[in-house]
Design a protein around this ligand. Structure first.
Ligand SMILES: [Zn+2]
Length: 357
């Protein structure tokens, strides 16, 4: 809080506030203190509004922010004290085994969307203005969609039963190991009409499964968001522009991106994309392990074989695709060291997460 713009009397009032609040022995005293600090007339809040009105124009913005921050702080502290006193009263009443009809009833906890769901919704919201819609695919997939259609060779280790959950009675069926099979499904579906549609673009969020032991950074089930765009003359520059826009929308206008060459069978060329660490701004911290950069996603230009498999002419059409791990980004943004917290449904954790938005 920027208190230096406010006169000493307000600074002093703020300094005294905690002591006054602590001294409030009952709810009436809290209400009186609230009147003195935040009331309509004669309060410090009213005084600050007069100061704001009188302030020179160029100071108003910063001053307004400081005043709001101060008022919010007082308001929150008053509320907390009020709740504590109410709780005390409730406990005393319970101890006395008496029934106090004047006590407010305890409110049932209010539900909210899971933090991972909110992060997915936010990503969808970032891409929607660019014309992307949401596609979904089944979690029980065929080998053809999960591997063959994505140009993943027969002997690729990801196909092994050590990494992938196969169905016992259906050896060609598996739990999808990534959201990329949605690419194959959508391309196949839209191949006959791609000319009329002028291309394809979509986002595919969903659950994926891998045979990983559960530990602070691994889970056999996690979430990805896949993105794909196919059009005429699509190149690396379109991919870079799109991802740069998305990462700035996610982490703020100062976020920077870095593209490193990498290999995935379904793209050529392929890359991994880092964002400048949103927590330390690149100086190096625990989250980025001192590197100043964090890996956000894998991406690349759609491999011609992927287009051909879906029945799309790869001489006419080209595109890019990207995929990101949602838990990974959520852990980074919220500085949560343990992935398992997102799945344990401990309401204290979920409430503390607030919004990842
Ligand atoms: Zn960092």
């Amino acid at each position: 809080m920027n208190l230096h713009l406010l006169p000493p009397e307000i600074e002093k009032a703020h300094g005294d506030f905690a002591g006054h609040l602590e001294a409030c022995a009952d709810l009436d005293a809290v209400m009186r203190l609230k009147g003195a600090y935040l009331g309509r007339d004669g309060s410090f809040a009213a005084r600050m509004i007069d100061i704001l009105k009188a302030a020179p124009k160029e100071q108003k913005r910063e001053l307004g922010a400081a005043i709001n921050a101060l008022k919010n702080k007082w308001e929150e502290s008053l509320k907390a004290r009020q709740s504590a006193l109410e709780e005390l009263r409730r406990q005393r009443a319970a101890q006395a085994q008496s029934w106090d009809a004047t006590l407010p009833p305890p409110l049932p906890p209010r539900g909210a969307l899971h933090p991972l769901t909110r992060l997915i919704d936010r990503l969808v919201g970032i891409f929607r203005p660019l014309g992307y819609h949401v596609e979904e695919g089944p979690e029980a997939e065929t080998e053809a969609h999960n591997f063959d259609g994505l140009n993943i060779p027969e002997d690729h280790p990801a196909r092994g039963s050590a990494d992938t959950f196969y169905f016992k009675d259906h050896p060609k069926m598996l739990l999808r190991t990534h959201t990329s099979p949605v690419q194959v499904r959508v391309l196949k579906r839209l191949a006959p009409v791609i000319e009329q549609k002028g291309g394809v673009r979509f986002l595919a969020p969903g659950r994926v499964y891998r045979k990983d032991e559960i530990d602070p950074t691994h889970s056999p089930m996690f979430h990805q968001v896949e993105g794909m765009l196919v059009g005429r003359g699509i190149g690396m520059h379109h991919l870079k522009g799109t991802l740069d826009y998305a990462i700035k929308a996610l982490f703020g206008p100062d976020a920077a991106t870095r593209f490193r060459p990498s290999y995935f069978p379904f793209v050529e060329p392929g890359c991994e994309v880092d964002a400048r660490c949103p927590l330390c701004g690149g100086a190096g911290c625990r989250v980025c392990k001192g590197a100043g950069w964090v890996e956000i996603l894998g991406a690349g230009l759609v491999h011609p074989d992927v287009l051909k498999f879906a029945g799309i002419d790869s001489d006419t059409w080209s595109g890019f695709a990207f995929g990101m791990g949602i838990e990974r980004i959520a852990m980074m943004v919220s500085q949560t060291p343990d992935l398992r917290l997102f799945f344990e449904n401990d309401q204290r954790f979920l409430a503390a997460m607030g919004g990842l938005d």
